[in-house]
Write a new protein. Structure first.
Length: 401
């Protein structure tokens, strides 16, 4: 067994990927039924959509404070704590009969989720050698995709027998399981945290000011990547409905895309470690640009599926790209604070995509909106390609990937 294989199986699999898979199973079970639960509690369509959006809002609001928290208590304690916080939020969401209570629970879950993701990223930066970083972080992104793929399947079975609230109780159980798995992790960085306590922790804003060039260049590239990924969720269902596809057919198409995402995450990580970050960052955005241009030509289930497959290949290859670039650019001092700002860039992109679709579609026919979004994604591809290329040159000069 090679050292590389030994590291992957023994040093990373359980402690890094286990918590992510089980936590993502819970989120995957809840996401398809969250809007339905809001509707059952009396929400109209717009309000139900806002309840779903509260996950992203909670994540965005907490990105910077979570970085400061992790810097003080460490990744292991953060994962253990937010696992139980998320479990409480899911129990609350499943049992409440109040729409306001559901919204508060979803907001709290979003706050816990972003802290969870940042702590996983920080742990991987510590435990994974630089030459293996992209593959390990691509595996982290892939483990999230596995959970999101499996979660709805388990949730559907539970809902069939026990009702809609059982999906939230499943999510609560998965959050507790992820917290207990995280407890198995080594507590890395304890000596550095002790030194930081003695000298004073770096303020978040001072770290972000010191790293403003990275955030203004590669951070904007991450926003573009986030927008491109969220367009799949914001644009494709609208087009499927526009051409008359049923909800079940659309769900099946998304399932196919999810399977392709999972299939391509490891090749994408290998490409990043072997040839650099640009080789997978570009396809994430470029595939959405091409898909936006050809989507108006897709008028049947097979052609819409083909467009989704194109996007899924690019997205699957780019599994872990945001976390990898964040790890590449993070400073040693103030790393957790910096990753909070990095996570905020990703949250802005993820939230901005659906808003962009809504804004363009409000003033133009959907087919025209597709073309406009395609042009914007072409411009975004240029930005992402240029700055990730600059990063690759810098990493090679430093002896990295």
């Amino acid at each position: 067994m090679s050292a590389e294989t030994e590291f992957r199986l023994r040093d990373v699999a359980v402690t890094a990927y286990g918590p992510t898979i089980v936590n993502s199973i819970g989120h995957g079970a809840v996401m398809p039924v969250l809007a339905l639960h809001a509707r059952d509690l009396g929400a109209d369509v717009a309000t139900a959509a806002f309840v779903v959006a509260l996950l992203g809002i909670g994540s965005m609001l907490t990105s910077l404070p979570a970085g400061a928290l992790i810097a003080r208590i460490g990744e292991r304690q953060a994962l253990f704590t937010v696992g139980f916080v998320d479990a409480a939020a899911m129990v609350w969401a499943g049992l409440t009969q109040s729409l306001l209570g559901l919204g508060a629970a979803v907001l709290l879950s979003g706050m816990a989720w972003t802290t969870f993701l940042m702590a996983r990223q920080g742990f991987m930066i510590d435990v994974v050698p630089a030459h293996y970083r992209a593959r390990a972080l691509a595996g982290l992104g892939g483990s999230h995709r596995v959970g999101i793929f499996v979660g709805p399947l388990l949730g559907a079975g539970l809902i069939h027998f026990f009702g809609l609230g059982s999906a939230f109780l499943l999510a609560a159980g998965m959050s507790v399981a992820s917290a207990l798995l995280a407890r198995m992790m080594p507590d890395l960085g304890a000596s550095e945290r002790a030194e930081a306590r003695a000298s004073g922790h770096l303020p978040v804003l001072s770290v972000l000011r010191a790293e403003r060039r990275s955030l203004a260049t590669l951070g904007v590239a991450v926003i573009v990547i986030g927008v491109s990924r969220s367009l799949r969720v914001g644009l494709l269902p609208l087009w499927a409905d526009h051409v008359g596809l049923s909800a079940s057919t659309t769900s099946l198409i998304f399932a196919v895309a999810g399977a392709i995402d999972i299939a391509f995450f490891f090749p994408g990580g290998w490409l990043m470690d072997t040839y650099g970050r640009m080789v997978v960052a570009l396809p994430v955005v470029a595939s959405v640009a091409v898909a936006s241009f050809v989507l108006p030509l897709a008028t049947a289930a097979w052609s819409v599926t083909a467009v989704m497959v194109l996007i899924a290949v690019g997205n699957g290859l780019g599994s872990g790209i945001v976390m990898t670039i964040g790890a590449d650019t993070a400073p040693v001092a103030g790393r957790a604070q910096y990753l909070g700002g990095w996570r905020l860039c990703g949250d802005i992109g993820n939230s901005g995509g659906p808003l962009l679709v809504s804004a363009v579609a409000a003033v133009a026919p959907l087919a025209t909106a597709c073309l406009v979004l395609g042009v914007l994604m072409v411009l975004g591809t240029g930005w992402v390609g240029y700055w990730t290329r600059q990063l690759d040159v810098r990493l090679r000069g430093a002896g990295g990937a």
